[in-house]
Design a protein around this ligand. Sequence first.
Ligand code: HEM
Length: 573
Amino acid sequence: MSTGTDFFSCLRGLQNLVDKDGHPLPPGPPLRYPFLPKYNERILHRWTKKYGPLYSVWMGNQLFVVLNDPTVVRDLLVVHGANFSSRWNFFMKNQTILKGGAITATPYNDTWRKHRRIANTILAPKAVESYSATLDYEAHMLIRSLFHDTKQGLIPVNPAHYAGRYVLNNMLSVTFGTRTGSVADPLVRRALPLGNEFMKLTGPWSNAIDFIKPLQWIPTRIRSRGRKLRKDFLEVYGAMINLVKHRMESGENVPDCLVKSLLEYQEDEKLSWTDMCLLTTAFATGGSHSTSGTIQWFLAFMPSHPEIQAKAHEELDRVIGRDQWPTPEDEMRLPYVRAIIKEVTHHPIFSFPLFCSRPSLSSPFWMATPHCSDNDFVYRGMFIPANTVMMLNCYSLHHNEERYPDPFKFNPDRFMGDDYSSTESSKLPNAMDRDHWAFGAGRRICPGMPVAEKEIFLAISRLLWAFTIQSVPGEPISLDEYEGNSGRTPLPFRIRLSPRHDNVRSVLDARAETLVFLECRLGAVGRIAWHDGNGANLTLPNKVADAVSCQYQDAVLLMAPDQIVAHVQPTKS
Ligand code: HEM
């Protein structure tokens, strides 16, 4: 390939780069950018309108190719997935925080294949069946705690921690065979902010430190935050793995979960300690933030759409009735609820850019994790060099007027008649028929789709069954702002959840949260006394107690064979 360089080339993108046969790069803006400012999805969408289905952008010295059309995505990421399934070495995400680990940051190589195989085993639809009871239970506890904590709808609530705890518990069950006891749990308070910090630090367009090398050498605050986050991930999730290990060694029948499999395969698969910590981080963080984000956006959106709630309530009353509520088996019988979920995932946020009266749209899943090319490639006469970042631009894909007529309208009806799960939809031969692109595409497509879909269905269908979701007078919910760079959640908001009928209480109270709270006093050196919430002394298996005392600083959660029984919380001496 050849480049045309002159004095200004440090500012201009190398759009005149060609391969040996003279194929040019895809068209694109002429400048190089150190980062894109906030609301970068709007800039990218403007470029989609100007340059079309495939364009190139220079971020510092790094070439990005942006994919904006379903057929282009399918051709490159799916059909030619052998070449477009790696990851670029972003300084913040890949080099500093994950150091090439956690599956999501691993280049397309044998290590990725090995880790992906393990993830697929834990997350395959068949395996997910075995978590069904857990997901069902957690969805029950989500609605029950919202019902009781809000005094049956009298007190407004910020749902973020509830949605966060719900998906965190699901992920803790899938990953560690354990759960948390309440939204006040120290692990909820520690693990959820770690996930949020990860989303803030890792936007693919937003960090100048990713694209300007000298910034990587000096001790900036953002670099320290990245290093600290890595340390926190290893500490929090490493301690949790140790606990599972000690439980297994002490003969406890630990439920099937990711960590159990990792410990069992550790030697055969040559998994290092860091590998294991980061794989669990990927599940607990990646799997929690996106799923809880979907539920939070749903709750933020519903108060301004009473007509959509009314339609969903009608469907739920007609199909399910009021004596019972939706179960995992009811999903296909509730097409309108399913359509709401697809519409939330496809496009929830309206925003008014400065100096513009027409709303533009943002989306929590505005950009999938970037892929990277391994070799030079020519597509439709355009040159895509090796080591190019390939961006799946969900924002533009989701606002394609041909695929989604009137894309600015929140309209679940557009998904009526779509009977496919997102996993099935991602395999349809015509890419234009796919429901949405929030789960990515090709060989790196989200392996958590089956579990995420189940979790979201149970939470949203039951929220709709139990409550009318209203805003709090004088507290408008912002739909034009968000938090996070790579994954996005609404700004904090409060809602009122009014029970829809008298049966809500009886259905909710049919099951209670089966928790025994234990306190662990880290008092005199080497001595741990355990007692339950009433002060009665308890005996724990020695090895578990030892593991707690040596490993865990914040909180420890135990699950006995007969399901959730213990929450151990160290108290100050
Ligand atoms: C609404 C929920 C979710 C959304 C929108 C979502 C979205 C995504 C996206 C866009 C990717 C990148 C795909 C690509 O590179 O093309 C991804 C990867 C991944 N997701 Fe999810 N995800 C969700 C839930 C989950 C859950 C529940 C889990 C785990 C239990 C999970 C585990 C992973 C893992 C391990 C990867 C890395 C795959 C790889 O690089 O090979 N995700 N997800």
